[in-house]
Design a protein around this ligand. Structure first.
Ligand code: PLP
Length: 348
């Protein structure tokens, strides 16, 4: 991209900021036995009496190696939610700047815009749930800092067409955040491999979905070293706790198990799609590249309640634009899926 200048997008207060320097920043262990009297910790070892590594070096180095990026292109957070919030706080001036989101999509972008006092310009997806590229580019003004692209998209399930995303990356002068929370379920390639082509690209991923670690809260941000440098400046020093770093490391090392579970989920998803297709009250099933299926039904409130009465909780997405009378089904275990399908077939 010609003449891209990240500093023009960074908030002035962040540019000027002198970041907090923690005890663990100033001294990095070389592995020799040391006596640590620098951080006012309790010295008695219980496994977690020391502050965690503020830069999560072991975990980042493993992720960087797996994904083929440099460690300096990775930032970790307390879930994607923290990562996304850091992006707002680094680049959006409250009460001045704006961002663009593409509903129906993940609700947190809008909530975070509200929290950070940033105007959220909404440009609806088309009827087949693809980005309206021309309308998006028309909505951009000089105060537009961020464009959120969720692909595969939640709640619709589809991954967006590559050409549309590429056009946006090439034409938009702010930062394009591609949220790939569901990328491990998709046949489409991650945008990570394009990181070096687009200085305005940020890719976020998470261990909450395919990796099965929603409980530990670990979100990942990949971007240029420059962008990661800005985010590192403003992140809380110890934002990823030690237990999370340990569990994440174990799991990311166990890629075979993750892959096996993903394949099982995809097989179950096929079963669920087949079953839903045969139901009289299902009016439309939308193509999915994720671990859930969005279905248009005759009466979403009624079907939602019927399922709840059978102890099955799904998500009613009917209040979302373009999603009238839709239910979103997450794919469960083979046993759960079998029960769900049996229950669905009994509904009338
Ligand atoms: C579930 C989900 C996330 C995950 O957020 P975490 O805070 O990492 O759990 C992010 N983006 C989208 C679109 C999601 O659906």
């Amino acid at each position: 991209m010609e003449g891209f200048d990240l500093n023009k997008l960074v908030r002035e207060s962040v540019l000027k900021l002198q970041p907090y320097s923690s005890a663990r920043d100033e001294y990095v262990s070389d592995g020799s036995e040391m006596i640590f009297l620098d951080a006012n910790e309790n010295p008695f070892d219980n496994g977690v009496n020391r502050y965690p590594d503020p830069y999560q070096r072991s975990l980042k180095s493993l992720l960087a190696k797996q994904k083929g990026v440099s460690e300096n292109q990775v930032l970790l957070g307390n879930g994607s939610d923290e990562v996304l919030d850091l992006i707002y706080r680094a680049f959006c001036e409250p009460n001045q700047d704006n961002i663009i989101t593409l509903p129906p999509t993940y609700g947190m972008y809008k909530v975070l815009a509200g929290i950070n006092a940033v105007k959220n310009k909404e440009v609806l997806l088309s009827n087949d749930f693809e980005p309206n590229v021309d309308k998006i580019l028309m909505a951009v003004d000089i105060k537009t800092k961020l464009l959120f692209i969720c692909s595969p998209n939640n709640p619709t399930g589809n991954a967006f067409k590559e050409e549309a995303v590429e056009k946006l990356l090439k034409s938009f002068q702010g930062l394009v955040v591609i949220d790939e929370a569901y990328i491990d379920f998709s046949k489409d390639e991650s945008w990570l491999s394009k990181l070096d082509n687009y200085p305005n690209l940020i890719v976020t991923q998470t261990l909450s979905k395919a990796y099965g670690l929603a409980g530990i809260r670990l979100g990942i941000c990949y971007a240029s070293e420059e962008i990661i440098g800005v985010l590192n400046k403003i992140k809380p020093p110890y934002n990823v706790n030690q237990l999370t770093q340990q569990r994440a490391l174990q799991r990311v090392l166990n890629q075979d198990l993750v892959n096996k579970e993903v394949q099982q989920i995809l097989d179950e998803r096929d079963e669920l799609i087949n079953a839903l297709n045969g139901l009289e009250f299902v009016r439309e099933l939308y193509p999915t590249d994720a671990n859930f299926v969005l279905a248009k039904v005759d009466d979403a409130n009624k079907r939602y309640q019927q399922l709840l009465d059978k102890q099955v909780v799904v998500r009613n997405r009917s209040t979302q634009p373009l999603c009238e009378n839709t239910l979103r089904f997450t794919v469960g275990t083979p046993e759960e899926n079998k029960r769900l399908i049996a229950i669905l077939k009994e509904l009338n």
